[in-house]
Design a protein around this ligand. Structure first.
Ligand SMILES: Cc1cc2nc3c(=O)[nH]c(=O)nc-3n(C[C@H](O)[C@H](O)[C@H](O)COP(=O)(O)OP(=O)(O)OC[C@H]3O[C@@H](n4cnc5c(N)ncnc54)[C@H](O)[C@@H]3O)c2cc1C
Length: 431
């Protein structure tokens, strides 16, 4: 895991931690607990699994090594896209219409579940509607029309439209986009506040949450014994929900993912007028680059901007300096804006960019590798793992049946191969 500066609260110094609502302290595990299910990891995957399991009547313990939302979930861009990481043009080509439709429908359910959770638990997470995907090069100019037509005609989704350069410029003040896809039903949210909201709902539903409780090992037995340095949990089922922060806990799934670091900055408050001149509305934006730029306005009129990634164990020494060129390339008019926050986080990608779900033992479930499309997929992963533990694995098995590959070189040598591949794709971005 990255060595990074932490605030006294135990969170990294992010804009989201500075504006967190609903933070509760949970004790560290001490002694022995018994549970039906032990969930490892307190991000979207683990919390969604825990909440859905508790709602089904399971007795659940959740162990988080740091604080709730400490991982990617509490520091990500907050853009909740429609569909999967690969669009329906690609999934239809790879799997045919029926499977592609199923994956699309699951993603729609996932988005709706996020909306419902926010309302049901009154989660104050600045939920916004809409997402603009800016086309950064000529080759993709036909893509918004092709995708919006396909979604309307074959997926009963009439909410996307193709924008030309002028219409795009009226919404986002950059010369960097040649056109765009606008999806009025995608979402954006304050990721840490959503995570904390789900954690509080889970705790209210009876989940016993322990923070600062890093799992050091678990046994391949029924029940399993899950151990931390101070205590243990005996549980009939285990859910591994550690994603990019898995490290060495479970080598059998570590070799199917590659942890990568992604970075964000938050400008100073720009004032309502300047902010709305930049983005005309409150919605998420990203572009069509392989190393994607993503951004949106915060409630207090800052630009929250994500751009750039690295494939090493360390974050760059000066994250602000690292991300700034990406922002200024799109918005040179912000060259006088001060940067108040800069941070990084770790997510995981798979070889084929499809999520990786499965069972390692009859009583050990996992989901990971959302490849940058984690908010809706991770939330849905928790739901379908809970369903599977409850005895209905139909939806879980659709995801578990997606093809997966081992990174060449396994956990030891995947970095050099990945770096070469990523450098190749980021070069293509620029060409
Ligand atoms: C900077 C950044 C921006 C992103 N932007 C977006 C975006 O805009 N939209 C989108 O859809 N996705 C985005 N993502 C990806 C998304 O955030 C992730 O896919 C998602 O949050 C994964 O959720 P998770 O619960 O699986 O993992 P995480 O949120 O990473 O949670 C894993 C948790 O497990 C804990 N853990 C690990 N090991 C142990 C252990 N041994 N014992 C106990 N606990 C342990 C960690 O401390 C961590 O809290 C972004 C990611 C990053 C880093």
């Amino acid at each position: 895991m990255q060595k990074e500066k932490k605030l006294p609260s135990g969170y990294p110094d992010t804009y989201f931690a500075a504006t967190a609502v609903g933070m509760r302290d949970h004790l560290a595990l001490a002694g022995t607990e018994r549970a039906d299910v032990c969930v490892i990891g307190g991000g979207f995957t683990g919390l969604s699994a825990a909440l859905n399991l508790a709602e089904q009547g399971f007795d659940v313990v959740l162990l988080e090594g740091e604080r709730i939302g400490f991982g990617a979930s509490g520091r990500c861009g907050g853009l909740v896209g429609s569909g999967q990481r690969k669009d329906v043009i690609e999934t239809e080509e790879a799997f045919g219409y029926e499977r592609s439709r199923q994956l699309w429908d699951f993603a729609e359910l996932a988005k709706n579940e996020i909306r419902e959770r926010v309302t049901k638990h009154a989660i104050s997470c600045d939920l916004q509607n809409g997402q603009l995907v800016g086309v950064h090069k000529k080759r993709y100019q036909g893509w918004p029309q092709e995708l919006s037509d396909k979604l309307a005609e074959r997926y009963e989704y009439p909410h996307c439209k193709s924008l030309n350069a002028e219409q795009t410029r009226a919404l986002v003040a950059t010369d960097g986009f040649l056109g765009a896809l606008y999806d009025s039903q995608a979402l954006a949210l304050h990721p840490l506040n959503y995570t904390l909201g789900i954690a509080n709902a889970a705790a209210n539903a009876g989940v016993r949450i322990f923070e600062r409780s890093r799992v050091t090992s678990y046994s391949r037995t029924e029940p399993a014994l899950v151990e931390t340095s101070q205590g243990s949990v005996k549980a009939d089922f285990v859910v591994l929900a550690c994603n990019g922060y898995l490290d060495k806990l479970e080598r059998r799934i570590a070799r199917k993912i590659m942890p990568i670091n992604n970075f964000m900055i938050a400008t100073e408050p720009l004032g309502e007028r300047r902010a709305s001149e930049l983005i005309n509305g409150r919605f998420g934006v990203h572009d069509t680059r392989f190393v994607v730029n993503y951004f949106r306005l915060s409630e207090d009129h800052r630009l929250l901007f994500g751009g750039g990634e690295n494939y090493r164990r360390e974050f760059p020494a000066d994250i602000s300096k690292f991300v700034l060129p990406y922002m200024l390339k799109l918005f040179p008019q912000l060259d006088d804006a001060r940067i108040n926050y800069a941070w990084g986080g770790t997510l995981s990608v798979t070889v084929n960019r499809l999520p990786h779900f499965g069972r390692l033992e009859p009583n050990v479930y996992f989901a990971q590798g959302y490849s940058g499309h984690g908010i809706s997929t991770a939330n849905f992963a928790g739901k379908v793992i809970a369903e599977a533990i409850g005895g209905t694995a139909t939806r879980f098995d659709v995801f578990a049946g997606l093809p997966t590959h081992i990174f060449p070189g396994g956990t030891l040598l995947r970095y050099p191969g990945m770096v070469l591949a990523m450098l190749y794709y980021s070069l293509i971005d620029r060409l």
